[in-house]
Design a protein around this ligand. Structure first.
Ligand SMILES: Cc1ncc(COP(=O)(O)O)c(C=O)c1O
Length: 420
């Protein structure tokens, strides 16, 4: 897809004066964030396609050096094959349809899958037998439920309890498959010690199962920087290179350094690569109604209770303004659809002068924005431009900025800070 190019989101907003949301894609930011993770992680990095499966994103991710992809459906198998035909695909959805298991094995040559239940194992075993495949060429990762704090807890839905995981590993091994262990500590992890806890649990399951493992997959969850409530404490999200180095040290401490290590990062790679320019359709006191919302690009921030960084781009056509452009206030954000739940769970911090007709650039929405948008009420943002500068590096400075978190604090300090 060829996209019109602009230096910044602000330049795009002022040139286009868009009345519908416009996504600003930053390929150089994406390539940089992918490269940071790849160089820090000492194992196989499988990008989680669900996070953002747009072809231009997958192309940039593959172009930056990713050779493996975590996929969950037929559409994702096809999307990866279209941009990276030789890339390895890992089918890490624990509950799959029979037809997709068959398609994965037969048509897409997928040889790695996850499961967390004996019936799922039986489904896979029977299809492998029907296709006359050698189980020793297939790696089945048993997903372990973990505990911890994240914006999205994923173990409420998936993952075997430790005793069940031991039995599943033994069953997989007995049937001649290669057995692996995996977990997902939840998306946008809030306590970094969560990984250590999950690794300790995995080590105890391994000791009890007493089977030869082919690998350990530590999933995703690595946090991305978002916005900051100015009333709250200064926050910095752990630098991914430091975070991954610390997790790798934990992996070794728990005795997993003899195994192939896999990670399935999503958010940490793509969050910063997209922003969206929206328009204020109406200001009503401390409420603003915008032309996007939870059924469009902003569902992830709604469910994950994530404060997004938002920059006001005042409409130059508006002559009269009320308020102080230097005073930031919290505005309740109402989405564009008729649904009354379409109100963001966190406010936007904007200059008090924001008014009907102004533009807002919402930053760091690259993860779970495009993939979760719907056509509800006929609204479906789908316009893209390419932008050069990172959201936080607008050469016009931080004017109109709400607050943006940065990568940064060493992990230990961040954890010590959180614990007081
Ligand atoms: C199996 C699996 N792997 C990887 C991811 C990516 O997680 P994140 O975006 O938090 O890195 C997810 C997210 O839900 C997932 O379910």
């Amino acid at each position: 897809m060829t996209m019109p190019k602009y230096e910044t989101g602000r330049a795009a907003a002022l040139a286009l004066r868009p009345d519908e949301p416009v996504y600003c894609f930053r390929p150089s930011v994406l390539a940089r964030d992918v490269a940071t993770f790849l160089s820090a992680f000492p194992g196989k990095t499988a990008y989680a396609v669900k996070t953002n499966g747009e072809p231009f994103v997958l192309e940039t991710v593959a172009g930056a050096g990713v050779r493996a992809f975590d996929v969950a459906s037929r559409a994702e198998f096809e999307a990866v094959r279209a941009v990276a035909p030789t890339a390895e695909q890992l089918y890490m959805h624990p509950v799959k349809s029979l037809s997709d298991i068959r398609r994965a094995l037969e048509t897409f040559g997928i040889r790695t899958m996850a499961l967390d239940h004996p019936d799922e194992f039986e489904k896979i075993r029977l299809i492998v037998q029907a296709l006359d495949l050698d189980p020793r060429t297939i790696s089945l990762f048993v997903r372990l439920a973990t505990k911890g704090h994240a914006a999205y807890e994923l173990s409420k839905k998936f993952g075997a309890a430790p005793g069940e995981a031991v039995e599943l590993l033994q069953r997989v091994d007995r049937a001649g498959f290669r057995a692996g262990l995996c977990f997902h500590v939840g998306s946008q992890v809030e306590e970094i010690s969560t990984y250590d806890g999950a690794l300790a649990l995995a080590a105890s399951v391994r000791r009890q199962a007493k089977v030869d493992l082919c690998g350990l997959d530590i999933g995703g969850g690595f946090p991305a920087p978002y916005g900051r409530d100015p009333r709250g404490p200064e926050k910095a999200v752990p630098d991914p290179a430091r975070l991954v180095a610390d997790i790798a040290a934990d992996v070794a401490r728990h005795g997993f350094d003899d195994l192939e290590l896999v990670a399935e990062p999503g958010r940490v790679m793509v969050a910063r690569s997209l922003s969206v320019i929206v328009r204020v359709l109406l200001r009503d006191g401390k409420r603003i109604y915008i032309n996007d919302g939870i059924w469009g690009s902003l569902s992830d921030s709604w469910t994950g209770k994530i404060t997004l960084p938002a920059r006001l781009i005042p409409d130059p056509a508006r002559r009269r303004r009320v308020g102080d452009p230097k005073r930031l206030e919290d505005f309740r954000v109402c989405g564009v659809t008729c649904d009354s739940v379409d109100i963001l769970s966190r406010p936007f911090w904007l200059p008090s002068t924001v008014d009907t007709g102004d533009f807002i650039e919402i930053g760091h929405i690259g993860a779970y924005s495009l993939s979760l948008r719907t056509r509800f009420n006929g609204f479906h943002p789908d316009t893209f431009v390419e932008v050069e500068h990172a959201f936080e590096d607008d050469p016009d400075g931080l004017e109109g900025f709400a607050t943006v978190e940065t990568w940064g604090e060493p992990v230990q300090e961040a954890v010590a800070g959180e614990n007081g």
